[in-house]
Design a protein around this ligand. Structure first.
Ligand SMILES: NC(=O)C1=CN([C@@H]2O[C@H](COP(=O)(O)OP(=O)(O)OC[C@H]3O[C@@H](n4cnc5c(N)ncnc54)[C@H](O)[C@@H]3O)[C@@H](O)[C@H]2O)C=CC1
Ligand SMILES: O=C(O)[C@H]1O[C@H](OP(=O)(O)OP(=O)(O)OC[C@H]2O[C@@H](n3ccc(=O)[nH]c3=O)[C@H](O)[C@@H]2O)[C@H](O)[C@@H](O)[C@@H]1O
Length: 443
C-alpha cells in the first residue's frame, strides 16, 4: 500500500532510498538544505554517479511518485514516515559528528503539531544510544513549543542502511536483510512494511541493537579486509599467494569468500569513519577496542604499500613521472572520500615524483580533493583524459582502483615500466613478459 515518506538529506543514501521507495510505489518527498542540489534534482539531473539510479529516478519523477523540496514544513506535513539520511562524518577524535542529524531533528520538530503522529526513522548511521537520546531530545523540543502530549506525537525508529556505492540500487532492491529497531514492535512493523514488496528477511530489534548491528557489520567487513591484507604481507615474505589463500579460506562456508581481496586498503565514506566511531563509542564506555584499533592502523599502512614497493625499484623518485590509474575509493563510483589514491599521490609528490593521474569518472572530485597540491606542486600533478595518456613519459604505473576498463589493456604500452598493481588485477605471469611487475601478497 502506498505510504507517504519524507527523506531528509538527498545525498547518496537519501537519494537512492528515496528513489527506490518511490519505485516501490510510495509517495516520496526528498528534502535537502542544499538548494542547488534540489534544483538539479527537480530538473531530473542525478548529482552522483550511481549505476541504475538515473533510470529509477526518471521513472519516479514521470509517475509523480517523488518530488524534491528544501521546505521542511511541506515535507513534515505531507509525510507519515520521515527518514533521516544526512551525513554523520568523523570528528577529529573519531567520534560521529551528529550535528547534521541534530539539526534535522530540530527542523522536523518545528513542524509537528497537535494531533500529528510521525515516525522518524534514522537511516543515517548513528552511534548506539542515539535513537533513545533522540526520543527525549525531540520530546523536549515539542514540549517547549507547547504541543500536547509530545511523546505521543512521534516515535523514533532505527533502520540502518547496508547499501554499497556502485551497487546501491541493487542492494536496496535485493537486501540481504532489513533491520528495524524500535522500542515498540508495532511501530517497527510499520516501518518494515514499507519494504514488503521486496519480501526481504526482516529482523526486528530494540533501538540500540539495530544501531549496533550497523556498526558491527561494517567493522567486521573492514576487519576481514585488514586481516587479509596482513596475511598478504606475510605471504609476500614466504612466497605464498594470498589470492589462492583467500580462495582456500573462502571455501569454508563459515568464512565465506567475500571481502577477502587483498589490496592497498579500504577507503570510502563509511568503513574508516564507522570503525573509528565504534572505537570512540567503546572507549567512551571504558572498553579497550584493541582489535578495532588494529583494523585502522593496518589499513593506514596498507594504503602506502604501493609506494613502498615502487621505492624498492626506483629508490629516488625525484623527477620521475608516475602514472596513477584509478582515483575513486573503489570502481563504479566517483566518490573520493578516504580513497587510498589520496595518501599515495601525496606521498609520491612529497618524494619529488611527477604524477599523472587518471580515473574514468572521479577526476572532477579528485581536483577538489587535491586543490592544495595542485596549487603547491603546479604541473607536477596532472589529470589525464585517458589511461594511455597518463602513461606517456611515465616510468612507473600504480594501479589503485580496479575499474573494469583496466582489465584488458594494451600491455605493450606498459613495456619497460615498473607496474605496481595495488588490487591484484592482472596475471603476474603475463605482466612479467612486459614490465617489472609487483602486486599485493603474490609471488
Ligand atoms: N554512502 C553510503 O554508501 C552509505 C552511507 N550510510 C550512512 O548514511 C548517512 C548519509 O550518508 P551519505 O548519503 O553518504 O551522505 P552525503 O554526504 O552523500 O549526503 C548527506 C546529505 O544531507 C544533506 N544535509 C545535511 N544536513 C541536512 C539537514 N539538516 N537537513 C537536510 N539535509 C541535510 C546534505 O546537503 C547532503 O546532501 C551517513 O550516516 C552514512 O554513514 C549508510 C550506508 C551506505
Ligand atoms: O555503511 C556504508 O556506507 C556501506 O559501507 C560499505 O560499502 P562501500 O563503502 O560503498 O564499499 P565496499 O564495496 O564495501 O568497499 C569499501 C572499501 O573496501 C575495499 N575492499 C572491499 C572488499 C575487499 O575484499 N577488499 C577491499 O579492499 C574497497 O576497495 C573499498 O575501498 C559496505 O559494504 C556497505 O554494506 C555499507 O552499507
Amino acid at each position: 500500500m502506498e505510504k507517504r515518506i519524507a527523506v531528509i538529506g538527498t545525498g547518496y543514501v537519501g537519494l537512492v532510498s528515496g528513489a527506490c521507495f518511490a519505485y516501490l510505489g510510495h509517495r516520496v518527498i526528498g528534502l535537502d538544505i542544499d538548494e542547488e542540489k534540489i534544483e538539479r534534482l527537480k530538473r531530473g539531473e542525478v548529482p552522483i554517479y550511481e549505476p541504475g539510479l538515473d533510470k529509477i529516478l526518471k521513472s519516479a519523477l514521470e509517475n509523480r511518485k517523488i518530488e524534491f523540496t528544501t521546505d521542511y514544513s511541506y515535507a513534515v506535513k505531507n509525510s507519515d514516515f520521515i527518514f533521516i539520511a544526512v551525513g554523520t562524518p568523523s570528528r577529529p577524535d573519531g567520534s560521529a559528528d551528529l550535528s547534521y542529524v541534530e539539526s534535522a531533528y530540530r527542523s522536523i520538530a518545528k513542524f509537528i503539531d497537535n494531533g500529528d503522529y510521525k515516525i522518524i526513522v534514522n537511516k543515517s548511521t548513528v552511534p548506539v544510544g542515539t535513537g533513545r537520546w533522540a526520543k527525549e531530545f525531540i520530546r523536549k523540543l515539542l514540549e517547549e513549543r507547547g504541543i500536547d502530549e509530545p511523546e505521543k506525537r512521534f516515535d523514533v525508529v532505527s533502520n540502518p542502511e547496508f547499501l554499497r556505492e556502485g551497487k546501491a540500487v541493487e542492494d536496496f532492491m535485493k537486501p540481504d536483510r532489513v533491520v528495524v529497531g524500535a522500542d515498540d514492535r508495532d511501530v517497527a512493523g510499520r516501518v518494515a512494511s514499507l519494504y514488503e514488496k521486496l519480501q526481504p528477511a526482516i529482523l526486528i530489534t530494540d533501538l540500540p541493537t539495530a544501531e549496533m548491528i550497523k556498526y558491527a557489520s561494517n567493522a567486521f567487513l573492514a576487519t576481514k579486509i585488514s586481516f587479509i591484507n596482513e596475511v598478504a604481507n606475510i605471504c609476500e615474505k614466504y612466497g605464498a599467494d594470498v589470492t589462492v589463500v583467500a580462495r582456500g579460506m573462502g571455501l569454508d562456508h563459515r568464512i565465506s569468500p567475500h571481502f577477502l581481496r587483498a589490496g592497498c586498503g579500504f577507503g570510502g565514506s563509511c568503513f574508516p569513519k564507522d570503525v573509528k566511531a565504534l572505537i570512540n563509542t567503546a572507549k567512551g564506555a571504558g572498553e579497550e577496542p584493541e582489535l578495532l584499533e588494529s583494523v585502522i592502523s593496518v589499513n593506514e599502512r596498507q594504503k602506502l604499500k604501493p609506494v613502498e614497493k615502487l621505492l624498492r625499484h626506483i629508490p629516488d623518485l625525484k623527477g620521475v613521472t608516475v602514472a596513477v590509474w584509478g582515483l575513486a575509493f573503489k570502481p563504479e563510483t566517483d566518490d573520493m572520500r578516504e580513497a587510498p589514491s589520496i595518501p599515495i599521490i601525496k606521498r609520491l609528490l612529497s618524494l619529488g615524483a611527477n604524477v599523472k593521474a587518471y580515473d574514468p569518472v572521479a577526476v572532477e572530485n579528485a581536483k577538489r580533493v587535491f586543490k592544495e597540491e595542485l596549487e603547491k606542486f603546479g604541473e607536477r600533478l596532472t589529470f589525464s583524459k585517458d589511461k594511455y595518456e597518463a602513461l606517456e613519459g611515465a616510468e612507473a604505473l600504480i594501479l589503485v582502483t580496479e575499474w573494469k576498463e583496466f582489465e584488458n589493456v594494451d600491455f605493450d604500452k606498459l613495456k619497460g615500466k615498473v607496474v605496481i598493481d595495488g588490487r591484484n588485477l592482472w596475471e603476474p605471469s603475463i605482466m612479467e613478459q612486459f614490465c617489472t611487475y609487483e602486486s599485493i601478497g603474490r609471488p
